[in-house]
Design a protein around this ligand. Structure first.
Ligand SMILES: [Zn+2]
Length: 246
């Protein structure tokens, strides 16, 4: 098309309107399927572009997510590298707790953790429950294909940071932090004086309310009674107290 005149140049040998009577209906019939096809092609091209853009955005988001997860993993590892914090976790939650925490970077089932760490599943569950009582580990429930509930555990990085702050800033006389959302605590009447072990409900439940030291039935106490023992232990000796067997 000529931009200045707006005219369309006709192919050689043909004149505009030459030899045609009323061809509008013929043209309409000819051009109609063509224009639909063109429209379809354009639509498809546009859709493809949109899909490409979406894919690219998803890819970029996945990359960002991966980077964020990796940064968080390194941050958690940094927290756990602190000797005071590592000692706190080992004494209060369990010797395998650090390895378990490191695995919670991605949501995991207790079975997977037990298999990967080669630790008994009951020990993994006990550690997870104690971590849960500190708010450090949380879980999502899902139904698998057979309708069974599966639990996937993951780390609450903020809570871990809080726990880290508390553990690192506490002086030897401050004693250990009690798990907040637990109201029932257990201890062994025979071993307490020596072992100074107090178990939150979940940990006691996992060991079937039996002392892991001597096998005797554990005794229950209230949160207030536990608090008194925690305070007593932290002021009367440098041994501190453990909220779970180690
Ligand atoms: Zn005992």
């Amino acid at each position: 098309m000529n931009k200045k005149t707006g005219r369309v140049r006709m192919p050689k040998g043909k004149k505009a309107n030459a030899g045609t009577r009323n061809t509008a209906h013929v043209n309409a019939r000819k051009t109609h399927p063509m224009s639909v096809r063109v429209k379809k092609m354009r639509l498809e091209a546009r859709r493809e572009l949109k899909l490409k853009a979406q894919k690219k955005a998803l890819k970029e988001q996945a990359k960002l997510d991966l980077e964020a997860a990796e940064n968080e993993r390194l941050r958690v590892e940094g927290l756990l590298d602190n000797a005071v914090f590592a000692d706190f976790i080992s004494k209060n939650i369990g010797k395998k707790a650090i390895s378990v925490i490191k695995m919670l970077n991605e949501p995991q089932t207790d079975e997977k953790i037990a298999a990967d760490l080669n630790v008994k599943i009951n020990e993994v569950r006990r550690v997870l429950n104690v971590l849960d009582s500190y708010g450090v580990a949380r879980y999502d429930t899902n139904k698998d294909s057979k309708g069974w509930l599966t639990f996937k555990w993951y780390l609450d990085g903020e809570k871990l940071t809080e726990l880290h702050q508390n553990a690192v800033n506490s002086k030897p006389g401050d004693g250990y932090k009690m798990p907040e959302n637990c109201n029932d605590f257990f201890y062994c009447g025979k071993c307490y004086e020596e072992a100074k072990v107090i178990l939150p409900f979940d940990a006691a439940f996992e060991s079937q309310f039996k002392c892991e030291g001597c096998g005797k039935a554990l005794k229950q106490m209230s949160k207030e009674e536990a608090r008194v023992l925690f305070e007593e232990a932290s002021t009367s000796n440098d041994k501190g107290i453990t909220a779970a067997p180690v």
